[in-house]
Design a protein around this ligand. Structure first.
Ligand code: PGA
Length: 248
């Protein structure tokens, strides 16, 4: 049975407590679309309040440390996320990879830590514009999958992959539907090579400038199981329009 479409909002470093009203509106709206799995990854500071407040959406982190605790000033661990009410975390977002220098091995360690803590995990991959122009987009993404995906037992039951071309994030530019479908098929094939039959249960999300206007089309592309949404997830109106589009 195919998974429910999965629409995840990544609030990045946006949101103070006043934004909990927006999350409440998203939660109420999501209740009207039970055929779609809806989640928000707010800043760490809002996870607990949002999780306490939400009935229909999952709440998660945007990153976690690979270690459960220790002398890592400023970091947040997977067990801490779980304790705050998170059900999942994103790892390997391109902003973490680029700004914080996280390589595939670091992303993999974080994904394993999340699973260990009982969280579901969304592992992000995606090529830069230079890599796409050089014709190496699929090779880069498959390399990231090889290096970043957790291999622990039953990982597939808790794993989602998000394909986010770096050049499409926050730019208003999106790949052609053919390119989205081709990359998602390549990812599906690689997941099959890594996990075997269990890979069939893994949803592959598209991310990068998804909005209320383009969501329906992007979500129809081959092997697209949902969307990871940045900017358009910050307002209930635009985010719920994407949820509606996912319901088809
Ligand atoms: P965007 O961000 O929707 O604002 O392009 C997506 C993401 O970075 O997850």
């Amino acid at each position: 049975m195919p998974n429910r479409p999965y629409i995840v909002g990544n609030w990045k470093m946006n949101g103070v407590r006043a934004m909990l009203a927006e999350a409440r509106a998203i939660d109420r709206g999501a209740a009207r679309h039970p055929g779609v799995k809806v989640a928000i990854a707010p800043p760490f500071t809002l996870i607990h309040a949002m999780a306490e407040d939400s009935q229909s959406i999952a709440v998660g982190g945007q990153d976690c440390h690979a270690k459960p605790s220790g002398a890592f000033t400023g970091d947040v661990s997977a067990p801490m996320l779980k304790d705050a009410g998170a059900g999942f975390t994103i790892v390997g977002h391109s902003e973490r990879r680029a700004i914080h220098g996280e390589d595939d091995a670091a992303v993999c360690a974080k994904a394993e830590a999340a699973l260990q803590a009982g969280l579901d995990v969304i592992v992000c991959v995606g090529e830069t514009e230079a890599e796409r122009d050089a014709g190496s987009a699929e090779a880069v993404v498959c390399g990231q999958l090889d290096g970043s995906l957790p291999r622990s037992e039953s990982a597939t039951a808790h794993l989602t992959v998000a394909y986010e071309p770096v050049w499409a994030i926050g730019t208003g530019r999106v790949p052609s539907l053919d390119d989205v479908g081709a990359m998602h098929r390549a990812i599906r094939a690689r997941l099959g090579a890594i996990y075997g039959e269990a890979a069939a249960s893994i949803s592959i999300l598209y991310g990068g400038s998804v909005n209320a206007d383009n969501a329906a089309e992007l979500l129809r592309a081959d092997e697209v199981g949902g969307a990871l949404v940045g900017g358009a997830s910050l307002a209930a109106e635009s985010f719920l329009a994407i949820v509606l589009a996912a319901e088809g």
